[in-house]
Design a protein around this ligand. Sequence first.
Ligand SMILES: Cc1cc2nc3c(=O)[nH]c(=O)nc-3n(C[C@H](O)[C@H](O)[C@H](O)COP(=O)(O)O)c2cc1C
Length: 249
Amino acid sequence: MTNSILEQLTHHRSIRHFENKSLSSEQVAQLVDAAQHASTSTFSQQYSIISVTDPETLKQIAKITGHGWMLNAGHYFVMIADQYRNLKIAQQNDADAYILHTTDKFLASTFDVAIATENIMVAAESMGLGGTIMGSVLNDPRKMIELLDLPELTFPLLGIALGYPKDKPELKPRLPKSAFHFSNHYNLGGNFQPELLQYDQLVSEYYKERSTNDRTETFTHHIVSELSRGHDVRSDLFAIIREQGLMLH
Ligand SMILES: Cc1cc2nc3c(=O)[nH]c(=O)nc-3n(C[C@H](O)[C@H](O)[C@H](O)COP(=O)(O)O)c2cc1C
């Protein structure tokens, strides 16, 4: 049995080419509404959403992320881990704000951001839109903090570029279920090696046959090249997160 939601979820692809058309304010409001109704850890709603519409700021973010194509998107969100609002509530009520600075609370705000982000993506796709989640805002969090006037206890985690799809990329094949869904205990069993070989073959065919940016690539090679990006890539993240007053304990 299937239904339209399952169909949509299993046909997700990131969209990086957009028609030259902005989202309406009603569409943006619907997406924000969908985000807000996501589950939120301890009902603390510890994230914020910034709609970036200023062309100069968008250009700066395109530079940070290295994704010039985002300038053709119909709307751009930045998703912010946010304990600042709850700090204000603590201060107004003379409450102890210690836990807002803990790793536990930083993690909770990243969960909130991630879940709300996916709600936006799913809602956008249900409206005939498409887009790409962008972790590349983390290439320069200090600049993002400055551009968006982010106060203490906030941190920019993800961008989301959305718009009317100009293309329909082939679906990217995922790992075989047996390599990541286990019963009762972790079991990356003896079959992993042959399964990985098979999956590499599948991924290689996907890259070879896709209509744009075709290349020779396997999943194994992709992971190994990710590892070879060097030790210095985003190595200042821990320090910057703590500069914001997050993850202090
Ligand atoms: C947390 C997160 C960060 C991502 N960051 C980027 C990014 O900075 N740039 C980009 O082009 N795609 C980014 N992506 C999209 C992934 O590359 C994409 O989801 C993955 O390759 C699978 O392809 P698909 O979404 O088309 O199925 C990100 C996805 C997630 C979940």
